[in-house]
Design a protein around this ligand. Sequence first.
Ligand SMILES: [Zn+2]
Length: 333
Amino acid sequence: MSKDRLYLFDTTLRDGAQTAGIEFSLEDKISIAALLEEIGVDYVEGGFPGANVIDDQFFAEKRTQKARFTAFGMTKRAGRSVSNDPGVQAVLNARSDAACYVAKTSPRQVKIALGISLEENLDGLRETVAATVAAGKEALIDCEHFFDGYKEDPAYALKCVKTALDAGARWVVLCDTNGGTMPSEVEAIVTAVLKVAPGDHIGIHAHDDTGQAVANSLAAVRAGARQIQGTLNGIGERCGNANLVTLIPTLLLKPVFSDHLETGISLEQLTHLTQVSRAFDEILNRAPARQAPYVGASAFATKAGIHASALAKDFPLTSTCRPKASVMSAPSW
Ligand SMILES: [Zn+2]
C-alpha cells in the first residue's frame, strides 16, 4: 500500500525570528537554511521581504537547493489592486519558489482588526493567490486564528479555505495562533475542514502556549492534514512554535504515523538531527536543552532504579520505551 506524503514546512527564519532576544543576521540565515537542507524539510520560509533590509538581502538570491524557498507576506489590502500593493509586490519579486500569505478567517477579526467587509477579505484572498500563481509561484495561505474563527463562524472560516483553494492555493494552513486549542478540538475541526477540502492541501501551524503544539500538529495529521509547519528546537513568539526536532523522529519512528505516512526525510538524514539541533543552539548562543526529547543529553539516559532494572531484564514494557539507538545515536560532542 502506498503511503501518503506528509510535507514539512520550516518557519524558523520567519515565525521563529519573532522569539524574544533572537535576531538573525544575513549570515545566520544562510547558515540556518543550510542546516534545514541537511535535515531535508520540504519548505524553508526565509522571512518577510519588504519588511526589513536583512530579509530583502536574503531574498535577493534563492537560498535553497532542494527545499522550496518561501517568502512570507500579507494578502492584498482592501481598496488597492495587487499591482499597487507594495507588500504583495515585494513577495512576488523575491527570488523564491513559493509565497505564504497570512490572512484572517475570523469575521470578528476581519471587521475589527482590518475594518473591512467579509466580502472584501475574500476578494483579497482570491486576488493575492491568483496573482501569485500567475507569477509562477506556489501559493500558500496561513489562516491566522483559524480555530477560534471556526468556533465563532464555521461557515465563514470554511468559505475562506474554499476561496483560497479555488483561486489556486497549493496549501491552506490552519493556524492555532494563540496556542489555546486542545488536541481533541484540532482533530474535530480539521476533520470538519476536510469535508470541504482535500487533506493533501491542508496544513497545521501550532503554537505552544499550552504545551501542546506538537500534540496539536499530530492531531491535525491524524485527522488528515498533510503539511506541518514548525521550527528548529521549537523557537517562536511567546512559548514557541511546534518543534520540528521532536516531530520528525516521532513521524519517522512511530508506526502509528510511519506505517502510512512518508516525509521527505530519510533515516540517514534523521541521524543528523541531534547535530543540527545543537548547531542551531550554537548559532543562537544557547546551551542545548538537556531534556529535549530525542536529542537532549538526557534523552534515553536511564538512572539506576526500577526502570533500569527492567531494561536489564528486557521487561516487555521497555520495547515501547527503548530508543532505536542505531538511528538516534547522539554525536560524540
Ligand atoms: Zn505563528
